[in-house]
Design a protein around this ligand. Structure first.
Ligand SMILES: Nc1ncnc2c1ncn2[C@@H]1O[C@H](COP(=O)(O)OP(=O)(O)OP(=O)(O)O)[C@@H](O)[C@H]1O
Ligand SMILES: [Mg+2]
Length: 348
């Protein structure tokens, strides 16, 4: 957080209720030339104190806009949002006192050292000198930057910058932490590290965390509750288990060629089929693209009592004149949940 209106000391304001974040009917529109974009289009969500909530959605879904409203950077067009019981519009200063945030875009000053970055942030928030010193020591250890903390951040790798930003977001001992795409663009090793810190913050400090991601795996790994957001609306929310459970027992993926529409229609009529959708498995090849044309594929959610036999599906495909190139069956994932509720596949 670099924007702050008033110097405020850190406090341990008790929440008015057990909800750390409450959002109701939140709307935010932008005027893009002639077009009005409803970036956030009636979002409702509740995050219990001490839990992790993941807003999962594709590019342009409205995740950053939601975070920007909750961190008081921009006002909503309409609707209500409270953080720690405080209204993000009417009580913005109180909200800022209890939150920490990291943003999607790296904002560290490349000429400052890691230590100076954290120190500057602490002073911006008028933390006492001794507290700044002890927080820097603690947080540098948490995010494993002891070796690099006195180097200019321009010598840091992407993963190190992200870790430093996480430390900065934690300088003020927030009760609620907002992380906008905390692991975007990181390699698996750095991603795993960030995941470990996030889990630690929840387990050891009882922090409430709202994170945004377009990685299924991240939501599945970290979140107590997930809200799938698309076109500014939460299309489905629940625990990862609930969302996956809603898909039924197994998901069958069929690759091949032929009349997908006909096969889909006949699949949807089967008593053992819960849902069926089509998606394209790759980029549509452009004129000078090297990408090979890809065949469409179909995913089928089987009802729980369906059993493991793929035979009926093979027979249906034959009847529909669909040539199967590959057929697989697996436990559903959040990716399948996304596909079911948005009709699109979420790509990493
Ligand atoms: N300041 C702005 N002015 C105009 N349009 C905006 C502005 N900020 C966001 N938008 C539009 O609002 C929509 C939601 O954007 P937002 O950044 O919230 O999406 P996102 O879910 O964070 O996407 P990404 O995964 O790419 O970060 C997009 O259509 C975007 O173009
Ligand atoms: Mg974003």
């Amino acid at each position: 957080m670099t924007q702050i209106a008033q110097p405020v000391p850190p406090t341990a304001q008790p929440f008015r209720r057990n909800l750390a974040i409450e959002v109701a009917g939140l709307v935010r529109t932008f005027q893009n030339g002639q077009q009005a974009v409803r970036a956030v289009d009636g979002v409702d969500l509740q995050v219990e104190s001490g839990s992790i909530y993941a807003l999962l959605g594709p590019n342009g879904a409205g995740k950053t806009t939601t975070i920007n409203i909750l961190t008081t950077l921009i006002p909503p067009t309409s609707g209500l949002a409270r953080v720690g019981g405080f209204d993000v519009v009417k009580e913005a200063a109180q909200v800022r006192r209890i939150i920490g945030a990291t943003f999607q875009e790296t904002v560290v000053d490349k000429n400052l050292s890691g230590r100076d970055t954290l120190d500057t942030h602490g002073r911006l928030y008028h933390l006492p000198k001794s507290l700044i010193k002890s927080r820097i020591a603690e947080l540098t250890k948490l995010v494993e930057l002891e070796e690099a903390i006195d180097r200019a951040t321009k010598t840091y790798s992407g993963g190190m910058k992200r870790r430093l930003e996480l430390a900065r977001g934690l300088m003020t001992q927030p009760q609620v932490l907002f992380l906008d795409e905390p692991t975007q663009g990181l390699d698996p090793h750095n991603r795993d590290r960030i995941w470990t810190y996030i889990r630690q913050l929840k387990a050891e400090q009882g922090l409430t965390i709202l994170l945004t991601t377009h990685y299924m795996e991240e939501a599945e790994q970290l979140a107590d509750r997930v809200g799938i957001i698309d076109y500014g609306k939460i299309v489905k929310s629940g625990t990862p288990e609930e969302l996956i459970g809603a898909l039924g027992e197994d998901v069958v993926t069929i690759f091949g060629s032929g009349d997908t529409g006909r096969l889909l229609a006949s699949l949807r009529q089967q008593p053992f089929v819960d849902w069926a959708s089509e998606y394209s498995t790759g980029e549509t090849p452009g004129e000078d693209s090297l990408a090979k044309p890809v065949s469409p594929s179909i995913q089928v959610g089987l009802k729980e009592q369906a059993g493991k036999s793929l035979r009926p599906i093979v027979e249906l495909a034959e009847q529909a004149g669909f040539k199967i190139a590959d057929l697989s069956i697996k436990r559903p994932s959040l990716n399948d949940v996304f596909l079911k509720y948005t009709g699109r596949r979420l790509r990493d």
